[in-house]
Design a protein around this ligand. Sequence first.
Ligand code: NCD
Length: 305
Amino acid sequence: MLPFPSLISSTQLTPEIIDSIFKVTDDMADQIETSGRIELLDDKVVALLFFEPSSRTMMSFQSAAQRLKAGMVFAQNASSTSFEKGESLEDLIRMVESYSDIIVMRHAQPGSAAIAAETSKVPFINAGDGGNEHPTQSLIDAYTIFKEKGRLDNLKIMFGFDSLQSRSIHSLTKLLSQYENNHFTFTGPGELMPSQTMLDELTSNGVTCELEAEVKLHDGYDVAYVNRLQQERFEDPALFEENRLKYRLLKADIEGSECAILDPLPRIDEIATEVDDLPNAVYFKQASYGVPVRMALLAMLLGKA
Ligand code: NCD
């Protein structure tokens, strides 16, 4: 059970709640290993609404629902639904709640998740609302960091390269800011550094933050969390083109360091493929945790774990 019906923002995830989700996640990972699929949600239907492109989030939610033997209903892009005809988000949710027991939605509009959760009579999960937040990704990221480093506090983390627009960076920094003694260094183009509001929020939670044009990962960094420049969110396409190849992690930046490299993926230009063979490269392992983490969330929000 979770103390809220819907997950909209990672600010809802306190260390105590995260701990309980990780315990269920470990249990789900064991169940995958031993049984493959379990009959936990065989009386439930999960609605998956993906109105923005998605590979990992959509497929890992599908896989999670399949492994729990839930039924599913889908809508995959705005143009194949009644949005195209001008239907409001509220009306869509009122309909989908009667077709399902829990709704997972990705939508291009920041704030759409809060509106949907407010409207919905069934539990709701934000799978990304525009450039705002991506709380389920932040749980996967934190789970990965915990597996690699054994803690979520006392961490020195680099974030790049589009902290302004990456919802994954927004949600993970909020989540980690609840733990003691974390230090964040943001890097990337000056125009894509975190907003002042974001920095104020993080520092008021006790995180020390700095902005650097260049970062040496060998200088005691525990984690480097990189995300592609969010091309679809640029108002000025020239700014994207100008910077897309300037920020890229190479083998030499990492080899021999203790720094774990995470990326919510897709990888575009931000990590050279030569990095993939290093033991520090944990981004594909991170993607694989999407299934047990999302199994845990579905089961807990439906009161089954
Ligand atoms: C992220 C997203 O959609 O925000 N991807 C994901 O869910 N794994 C990151 C991205 O698209 O850059």
